[in-house]
Design a protein around this ligand. Structure first.
Ligand SMILES: Cc1cc2nc3c(=O)[nH]c(=O)nc-3n(C[C@H](O)[C@H](O)[C@H](O)COP(=O)(O)O)c2cc1C
Length: 339
């Protein structure tokens, strides 16, 4: 881990009573940041944790790249100790390769290892990885058995409800996964063919929860903390994962929800950028932060010229100066209203 990283304001206290367990790993909280490649890196996970998200879930990492010790792949598993419990996610389909990758990943100290069974992108799913694993429950069951036997940490799965509407095999898949050693199942309530279209089927998610004894997390289209808690209770789930609605919005994990002023939005954006600069180095952070900036800005009230300036800042000092200026403006605006 690089030194000098900001510490979270709010630690999960070891004395907090667990809400549920993944195998023998205690989890405090019911609402979590969903894994999102390109977004849910260590700096953003940490920020979300500070705002109330439960465990951390990494972006997916290729088993093929991991089993070859590819440094870029391994770097996606960098995490901060304050993120624990931390779940590493891997995708692949070849049993020997996934096993080698999972063992390699385990050496890096995760609390749990998850297998991605939901990615719908063609070059993943159509090669039998991600949602491709849904097409052959028997082979997937064997895969989980060998992984669960070899790993010391709990093994989990994140699935979709089936390949397409004609093959909604979530009931069978949940049973196979549980009996093959999965210690938790996260369910995105769409099929592979749906991608992100239509709406997530929460009745199907609830059915999975009713059929297995291991914890089940529901996922798909959740827009707020209250919505997450309501669905968690309605469908008898251990918890809920929030993906897209958490982009540029770490406050979504706060309970109770509250209005976020422009000054706070810019302050958190700057803090997020600084955390990314410590993690990646300034030059890389400037580029990687742009997609986050676009999301923060989308939820705010900045003028067009300021939005553009934030998205095109070419260096860390330029970005810091701009944030300082915007923070000053936002504060004087707030003062005006308060006067
Ligand atoms: C940009 C992006 C990247 C994603 N990457 C992953 C990933 O690496 N692993 C995974 O299991 N799901 C991934 N997902 C799926 C999300 O975790 C989640 O299942 C999906 O977005 C539905 O939840 P939502 O409606 O709350 O966004 C990704 C989604 C998006 C939008």
């Amino acid at each position: 881990m690089p030194g000098g990283k900001p510490q979270p304001d709010r630690d999960i206290q070891p004395t907090d009573a667990p809400d549920f367990f993944i195998g023998d790993v205690p989890v405090v909280g019911r609402v979590f940041l969903s894994p999102m490649a390109g977004f849910s890196d260590s700096p953003y996970r940490l920020l979300c944790r500070e705002h109330g998200a439960g465990f951390s879930f990494t972006e997916f990492v290729s088993a093929h790249a991991l089993s070859h010790g590819c440094p870029e792949a391994l770097s996606l598993f960098r995490f901060h100790e304050h993120e624990r419990p931390i779940i590493f996610q891997i995708f692949g389909n070849d049993r020997a390769r996934l096993l080698a990758a999972a063992l390699r990943a385990q050496e890096l100290g995760p609390d749990v290892i998850d297998i991605n069974m939901g990615c719908s992108v063609k070059h993943v799913a159509h090669k039998g990885s991600g949602a491709g694993l849904l097409r052959d429950p028997v082979a997937t069951g064997r895969l989980f058995e060998s992984l669960a036997r070899a790993l010391e940490v709990p093994l989990t799965a994140k699935i979709r409800i089936g390949w397409d509407p004609q093959n909604l095999n979530y009931r069978e898949m949940a049973r196979v996964l549980e009996s093959s050693g999965a210690a938790m199942i996260s369910v995105h309530g769409r099929t592979k063919v749906q991608g992100y279209k239509g709406v997530a089927d929460w009745e199907a998610i609830g059915e999975v929860a009713a059929r297995v004894r291991v914890p089940v997390l529901g996922n798909g289209d959740v827009r707020s903390f209250e919505d997450a808690r309501a669905r968690q209770r309605t469908y008898g789930l251990a918890g809920v994962l929030i993906g897209r609605a958490a982009m540029g919005n770490p406050w979504i994990f706060e309970n109770p929800a509250r209005p976020i002023g422009e000054a706070e939005r810019i302050g958190v954006m700057r803090k997020h950028f600084e955390s990314m600069a410590a993690h990646y180095g300034e030059a890389e952070a400037v580029v990687l932060f742009r997609k986050h900036a676009a999301r923060y800005i989308a939820g705010g009230t900045l003028l067009r010229a300021h939005r553009l300036a934030l998205l095109t800042a070419a260096s860390a000092p330029e970005f810091a100066d701009l944030c300082g200026e915007l923070l000053g403006r936002a504060r004087s605006c707030t003062d005006e209203f308060a006067a």
